[in-house]
Design a protein around this ligand. Sequence first.
Ligand code: FAD
Length: 467
Amino acid sequence: MTALVWFRRDLRLHDHPALRAALARDERVVPVFCLDERLLRGRHSSGARTQFLLECLADLDRALRERGSGLVLREGPPEYELARLADEVGADSLHFTRDVTPFARARGARVREALAAASSEVEPCGHTGLSAVEEVGALHTQAGKPYTIFTPFHRTWEREPRRELLGAPRKLPRLPSGLAKGRLPSLKALGLQQEVQRPARGGERAARERLREFLAKDVRDYGLGRDALGEDSTSRLSPYLHFGCVSPREVEARLPPGAGAEAFRRQLCWRDFHHHVLLHFPRNAHSEFQERYRGKLRWSRSRRNFERWCEGQTGYPLIDAGMRQLRREGWMHNRARLAVGSFLTKDLGIDWRWGERHFMRLLLDGDEANNNGNWQWIASVGTDPQPVFRRIYNPARQMETHDPDGRYVRRWVPELANVPEEYLREPWRMPTTVQREAGCLIGGDYPRPIVDHAQARREALERYRVS
Ligand code: FAD
């Protein structure tokens, strides 16, 4: 008996139900990954994330080889490549981790059809492993409906039984002799470019190291420190969770007792919540969850303002710091993501989809469910709604609360490094003499604000008053 294990965004050996199931029943197991043009170059194309993916694949191949196997790489649509490979190795089953995105589900369905149409009989077997709970889709309200509010989802989520953790296999069956493994291409060969200057490194090994460090230190004070921009003490596990280099179930299982860990667990639940929402409301991928806003909001089409936002040149220090961190690291602190998201949609009145797309281009953790869910949330058009005014953030006040000593802003906006603390939140208020002393002329070294927040806030409230 031979099984294919189709890796997608579950690029690990630890706690991998699909791999375990294949090993339990088959003598031969062929791990395979398909590089799919539609993902590499589609609407969520990203050089930075693809580079991270390539590193994950190299690491997975290394770990598989250490155990006597290896990763088979194919370039092409899986519905074609997998059917061909199944034929070549005489596979009778295909194991994979179920995913929730509309694209993944449609692609999975095409693979099933292709296998059904092939001459050999190959049984497709979907497994859990994407979320902390077994099946995000299975949770439902007492009325049997999907959740659209986080708090009740969280209550149910906490009560859901969890499965046992699975270790990494020590040894794996050898690949069939004569099977061409395929070579991992470079980013350049894929026609993509690395746009991020200082990205984290991909792979299960790096993920486990990051998790170990976080559990050893920052998790204890996570509840207190998670919003402190200058501290940088969140886990930074998001790219690894996105690509499944570590399973959310394992991350959860290894949390120590305590308030910090509980606050962290709640964030893992947000991840499951957004996956639950996208699974049940796939049209969210393109349009507002809230029907009253669908196609009704009049967005600004100012390319100039959008570019200033992308470049971190808005004249609002916190916004510029966040956007520059994104460009530099392919990651941004959650507090900054909220501030820049509010600024784009409320202060600049620009369509949340433009922000969503820019994030998907640069984020190593760019994840359709999380990104879409959070953009809709901050644009006040999604699930878990609140009155619009609650999610219009004043950038100066946000900085006062979450970056009180300006450490985050000074790190990412070096022009402001010597600006005295009293002017750092609103540098345009600096008298000219102070500007000179600080070596930061407003309108020269650092831009004037591109909008007036108070005025923009009034306009936003008006814009959202759609009937
Ligand atoms: P930690 O604070 O250490 O949290 C641990 C994990 O919990 C994260 O790795 C993540 O998997 C999950 N998590 C935390 N906060 C959220 C949240 N609000 N929603 C969903 N999951 C969460 N997260 C992504 O993974 N991919 C995205 O594309 C993404 N886009 C976002 C866009 C906007 C506009 C906003 C406001 C948030 C977005 N987030 C996204 C959520 C959040 O900002 C990141 O998950 C978090 O900053 C990652 O850093 P961390 O791993 O240190 O998080």
